[in-house]
Design a protein around this ligand. Structure first.
Ligand SMILES: Cc1cc2nc3c(=O)[nH]c(=O)nc-3n(C[C@H](O)[C@H](O)[C@H](O)COP(=O)(O)O)c2cc1C
Length: 341
């Protein structure tokens, strides 16, 4: 089916091609945590844990939604889940449309046997709600994977770049609101790498989402991914033109905070080390999401996934120590971070 092929293409292109934003960065280089020569902390006592949607993350990190639906995707999901369980972080599954429309692939999304304790997110494209999906399919996605919450991803540009994309986006917000009311688990709205504006954050909060994953620009560029899949010259040129579209992650994080004050926010999109993560937390994020580096790690082994988490946790702890913040709450205190340009 076309959807399976798309998911296989996504893994292959993300592993083999350079599909990072060519020009835009995530924007965190424009901020600096203030170094404390006298932190008055013991490095070994820095506490990175946070509470998110009723569960505890030992490190404020989410493996962003990526895959499922094929045998290669099953292996990747299982390596990711082993890593997430071992280090107590959250994990998102890839879009489960295939699992719903071809029941025999549902198993490629199942990881609860390996990760009984983690905060686990089911995932569907919100746009499917304009193409016949209702709260029933959303519930099935959650039940299929024994997930704690549902991510609905928003990807208008990605759809616009596809010859057979879903282009009818009118009237979607009301349907998201209906899912939030009836699905029975928290709903998180997420972009896929172009960010969420202040007004969109406000409307999604009013619709009842429990959290937002801003998924801003500066990391994986889906325009670049679609460039490699485009069937015609015209679509290839279109994708290239939009290679640097979107709201950089640091900016969209602040926009979302203004639009949805008090709502938990995941900072994602080009987050590549623990210093950037510490900056995002200092700017108000509850957790940080990372996709592409985890795809590469999981394509190798579960041990590589664990190593990626360990490195990130070490960098985050070191940044918190040198910023004089013994906890994520302390990192969020005013005066920890400054804008440098
Ligand atoms: C191979 C791959 C597949 C993805 N599939 C999905 C998906 O099914 N649903 C979704 O919400 N996001 C999906 N994403 C987007 C990521 O969750 C993330 O928002 C984006 O890649 C930006 O993060 P990064 O810069 O850390 O890669 C996918 C990303 C990759 C690399």
């Amino acid at each position: 089916m076309a959807h399976d092929r798309r998911k296989a293409d996504h893994i292959r292109i993300n592993l083999e091609e350079d599909v990072q934003f060519p020009g835009l960065t995530n924007g965190f280089e424009g901020y600096r945590l203030i170094h404390q020569a006298l932190p008055e902390l013991n490095l070994t006592e820095v506490e990175t844990g946070v509470a998110f949607l009723g569960k505890r993350l030992q490190v404020p990190l989410l493996i962003s939604s990526m895959t499922g639906g094929t045998e290669a995707a099953r292996a990747i999901n299982r390596n990711l889940a082993r890593g997430a369980q071992a280090r107590g972080i959250a994990m998102g599954l890839g879009s489960q449309r295939t699992g719903i429309e071809q029941a025999e692939t549902a198993d490629t999304f199942r990881v609860r046997d390996l990760a009984p304790d983690i905060l686990l997110f089911a995932n569907l494209g919100a746009i499917q709600l304009n193409y016949g999906y209702t709260v029933d399919q959303c519930r099935r996605a959650v039940e299929m994977t024994e997930a704690d919450a549902l991510i609905l991803h928003l990807n208008p540009l990605q759809e616009a770049l596809q010859a057979d994309g879903d282009w009818q986006w009118k009237g979607l917000l009301g349907k998201i609101e209906a899912v939030c009311r009836a699905v029975g688990v928290p709903v998180v709205a997420k972009e896929v790498g172009w960010g969420i504006s202040e007004g969109t954050a406000r409307r999604l909060a009013e619709a009842g989402v429990a959290a937002l994953d801003v998924a801003g620009s500066g990391g994986t560029s889906w325009s670049e991914v679609e460039y490699h899949r485009a069937p015609t010259d015209r679509l290839r040129r279109l994708a290239k033109t939009f290679a640097d579209w979107g709201i950089p992650t640091a900016e969209t994080l602040l926009m979302a905070q203004r639009g949805a004050p008090g709502l938990p926010l995941i900072a994602s999109g080009g987050m590549r080390n623990g210093i950037e993560a510490a900056k995002a937390l200092a700017l108000g994020a509850t957790a940080v999401g990372i996709a592409s580096p985890f795809l590469k790690a999981a394509a190798a082994s579960a041990d590589e996934v664990i190593e990626t988490i360990e490195q990130f946790a070490l960098e985050l702890c070191t940044a918190m120590f040198c910023a004089g913040a013994g906890s994520v709450a302390a990192l969020r205190e005013p005066g920890r971070i400054v804008r440098v340009f």
